[in-house]
Design a protein around this ligand. Structure first.
Ligand SMILES: Cc1cc2nc3c(=O)[nH]c(=O)nc-3n(C[C@H](O)[C@H](O)[C@H](O)COP(=O)(O)OP(=O)(O)OC[C@H]3O[C@@H](n4cnc5c(N)ncnc54)[C@H](O)[C@@H]3O)c2cc1C
Length: 482
């Protein structure tokens, strides 16, 4: 489903100033009150909230699609996600937004349980049945930890040894002494480099290696997982939008009254105490009483901001870390996993990284595609090759590990979030020392320039973090503009 420019013109034309309630903030001269940069979840939610308060809002989006890091591959079987995957029980704002926008949430838990329980472990070139892992010569762990699969090792250490209990306040100054690298923390628990490499760096969820991830970043993630687990009263929800997660931002965009202009790559922002001007790479210039920027810092760092924000905010924009991810979406001509008898989902310590079977068919078990997740250094390394070469490498590696797949797989889509100029990474990562030094300054309003986006959320992450940040920034703008 795509949203055409015509959709917006129709929805804009349907709104006249005469229909707005008294006390509205619509500018009479066609100029918006507020410009929102970015049509991902946080930007769209901010725009809708401000419109509900009577402001005239213009949304500028650099891409020629809506949704930002929600990106559904609508042209592949089952509509797999290249971006945000699932929401869970504590995603209250997201679930409410889906309802408000008429988007149904379906629970994928029955479809994905097979992936989590049954992923095949490949170490080196070899398939290692989980039952054999504890005694396997390539198992680097010691004692009881040898029984843990590599993907469960670090989680067990965080569970037992996180040095503070108050994880919800991971960003509080009281925990500043824990703003150290995950590597230093794991080493202090007695872990060796080989253990950390396999148990944390391989298929990493934050950063590129344990050296560039703050323990406080990990605490925030652990907190969010725990909140979601404890919010599950009956079923654990692994929710997704019916037909694809991008349907949510598309539905939100349809509800906008004002214009959403696509293909508007923002190149410069000037702000003062009374308003702000946005300049786009196509030469256009847009002004308003306030600008809300939802761009990730990984792309904002290429935008000129005049005057420069405070030294700490500037440093945060320039240096905040982002997790590299490159995905390959594979289609199978035949279910080769029925031939070799292994799960189609895999966890490897090689170039394939993690392979997750997508089950969006008629039954819960039907596999519609396979997603290869190359994360961290693995993602950076595959990005060095041109796309055709990288596709060949992935298929060759698959055939090497799973000879039964030879000739049966094709690549339906590739997406490097790192190389994507409008993302430059998948999600924000606080590096050691950054929570203590930079976090508080990150989202501070700068003149009439305001900031939202998942990277600025405190209590939640991902989709929900985007909505949390929209709530905060909307209040800031309402307060500033009155
Ligand atoms: C592979 C992947 C898997 C994920 N899985 C999950 C998950 O399972 N659960 C979960 O909760 N979260 C997940 N996330 C994270 C979640 O998708 C994001 O946190 C959320 O979508 C971010 O929303 P946002 O509005 O903050 O940013 P974005 O969606 O990135 O919105 C920012 C917008 O700004 C635009 N922009 C950037 N630069 C410019 C520019 N120069 N000019 C104009 N516009 C610009 C972008 O195009 C984009 O539309 C995942 C993300 C990825 C990449």
């Amino acid at each position: 489903m795509t949203l055409s420019r015509r959709d917006f013109l129709i929805s804009s034309a349907a709104t006249s100033f005469a229909s707005l309630a008294p006390g509205v903030h619509a500018a009479g001269n066609g100029q918006p009150d507020v410009i929102v940069i970015g049509a991902g979840l946080s930007g769209l939610e901010t725009a809708l909230t401000l419109e509900e308060s009577g402001f005239k809002v213009l949304v500028l989006e650099g891409r020629r699609r809506i949704g930002g890091r929600l990106y559904t591959l609508f042209d592949l079987p089952g509509h797999p996600e290249a971006g945000g995957n699932t929401v869970s029980n504590a995603y209250g704002r997201t679930l409410a937004a889906a309802q408000r926008n008429g988007v149904e949430i379906v629970n994928l838990a029955p479809r994905t349980s097979g992936n989590r329980a049954g992923q095949a472990l490949f170490i080196g070139d070899e398939h290692v049945p989980l039952a054999d892992w504890a005694a396997h010569p390539r198992n680097p762990f010691t004692g009881d930890q040898r029984k843990l699969p590599p993907w469960g090792w670090a989680a067990a250490i965080f569970q037992q040894h996180m040095p503070f209990k108050d994880l919800a306040n991971w960003h509080d100054a009281a925990h500043a002494q824990h703003d150290i690298s995950v590597h230093d923390f794991l080493s202090a628990q007695g872990a060796t480099d080989a253990q950390i490499r396999l148990g944390y760096d391989t298929n990493i969820a934050y950063g590129t290696t344990a050296h560039d991830v703050s323990l406080l970043q990990q605490a925030s993630a652990n907190h969010w997982q725990a909140v979601n687990r404890s919010a599950a009263t009956t079923d654990f929800l692994l929710g997704a939008c019916k037909g694809g997660n991008q349907n949510l931002p598309i539905a939100m965009a349809r509800r906008l009254k004002g214009d959403l202009l696509q293909g508007k790559r923002v190149a410069a922002i000037e702000a003062d105490a009374t308003g702000a001007v946005v300049r786009c790479a196509d030469g256009s210039r847009h002004s308003a009483k306030a600008v809300v920027c939802s761009m990730p810092f990984s792309t904002l760092r290429n935008v000129t901001i005049d005057p420069l924000p405070s030294a700490l905010q500037h440093k945060a924009i320039q240096t905040l870390g982002y997790l590299p991810i490159t995905q390959f979406h594979l289609l199978a001509k035949k279910p080769f996993w029925e031939t070799d008898g292994l799960s189609p989902s895999m966890w490897t310590d090689g170039p394939l990284g993690m392979v997750l079977a997508q089950r969006f068919g008629r039954s819960d078990s039907e596999v519609t595609s396979l997603t290869v997740w190359c994360r961290g250094l693995n993602g950076l390394s595959i990005d060095r090759f041109d796309v055709e070469e990288s596709k060949r490498m992935i298929l060759d590696e698959f055939a090497r590990l799973r000879p039964a797949s030879k000739g049966l797989l094709t690549v339906g889509a590739v997406h490097s979030w790192t190389a994507d100029p409008f993302a430059a990474g998948s999600w924000a990562i606080f590096q050691p020392g950054q929570v203590r030094e930079l976090r508080a300054a990150m989202a501070m309003p700068h003149q009439r320039l305001f900031f939202c986006g998942e990277h600025t959320a405190l209590g939640s992450r991902g989709f929900e973090g985007a909505f949390e940040s929209a709530e905060r920034v909307s209040l800031e703008v309402l307060t500033a503009l009155g």
